[in-house]
Design a protein around this ligand. Sequence first.
Ligand code: ADP
Ligand code: MG
Length: 466
Amino acid sequence: MSIISPELNTALDPAQSWKECLKIIRENVPFITYNTWFLPIKPIEIEDSVLKVTVPNSFFVEWIDEHYNTLINKTLSQVLGNSAKLVYVVGDDKDENVAFENSFNIPHKIEKAKIEEPKNKEYESFLNPRYVFDNFIKGEGNQLARAAAFAVGDSPGETSFNPLFIYGGVGLGKTHLIQAIGNRIVSKYPNKRAIYLSADIFTVEFVEAIQSNSVNEFSAFYKSMDVLIIDDIQFLVGKEKTQDLFFHIFNILHQSGKQIVLSSDKPPKDLKGLNERLISRFQWGLTTDVQPPDFETRIAILKNKSENYGIYLSNEILEFIAHNITSNIRELEGCLIKLLANASLNSKEIDFELAKKTVKEIATTRQVNISIDYITKIVCEFFKVEENKVREKNRKKEVVLARQIAMYLSKKLTRSSLKTIGLHFGGRDHSTVIHAYNTIEKTLADDIKIRDSVDSIKNKIELSFS
Ligand code: ADP
Ligand code: MG
């Protein structure tokens, strides 16, 4: 498709232009996506290659911006020229004040931003501006973690919460909280250098630095930070070289009063396969957990988020969802998004029936998140073996069987590597795990009793995650 010069676009018809855009979009996304997110968009006007469109609610803007920004920009520049942009207006309100700009890939805007950027921002902080304290809802399960995070965000490096270590299960707000710290710091102290990244990205970057002979540069970069925020530190388990370097960076930063913030799926002492000296450092500051939200918090979260998305849910629906989706906040959010998608897909009101259908869909597609520790616990309960025995060098017949079954199920039911599994069983080698796996496979074929036992253990584990 040829690129039309922007000057000509002022004369274009908004409906016709949007129709052209839709044609391209239709070829690039699945039908359901197209139907849900793009068809409800209505063009209003075009002026100076700015296409103004209405969307049903602000959630659309967020969603489209997060998932389809690149596609929209490509499409716009194909249809309306390189300087084209899209402005969203929520609902029927045509007041410019509520318009949201799609802000990506607009050349003149990027140039301007470059000039205005403060000097200390020659690096990417990877902080997502969406994660702030303002939209983090307090509840019993996150009160202490939130308070500590807030204090750190206020006075980085100056509280005794250094490092601040927040742990807990998936979807409970760890990433949100630790990024909120970073966002608060950079807005309150524009000269402070803060960076957020997950431990697996840190590892990947480190490996690249080794390959390109730039480890010194790599470590100097992190040592230059005032605030280092590392998510999912459990990914350092089993990665000794990365741990060594991280230990070194940690010390330098800590000694010079820089703030360190960490998150993990478990408390430091349970991070098996992590160097003892790191575990002890992690406990220098404050370790605090986040717990699943109680019923009242779930209602508060649902209310708040649905209002932000511009949808109204009756108390009956709110309570129904809060009663049925209990495990974490990501799932509550997922449910709202699904509800909204279902409603917009079928141009239906969000009524109780739709809520019921949606909650059911979520229950059946629930992400399985089984941990090795949980498997070990259930296996040990079943065989009445003490948990620590399977992690020690105990050679008793029933302990060996429990250990091998736990290893076997860990391989079957989790995505953990053989190495990680080995580490959970007293630092055994990956070949031991393979041996256990093969032994149990064979036993299952020959021994009906064991097969029954393993089946019922497996059912029990899977049930508690469905
Ligand atoms: P974790 O890192 O613990 O797995 P996240 O921080 O990614 O969890 O949270 C999952 C989703 O739930 C995110 O979209 C986050 O914004 C939201 N969320 C979590 N806790 C809260 C809360 N207390 N208030 C509002 N939103 C929350
Ligand atoms: Mg997270």
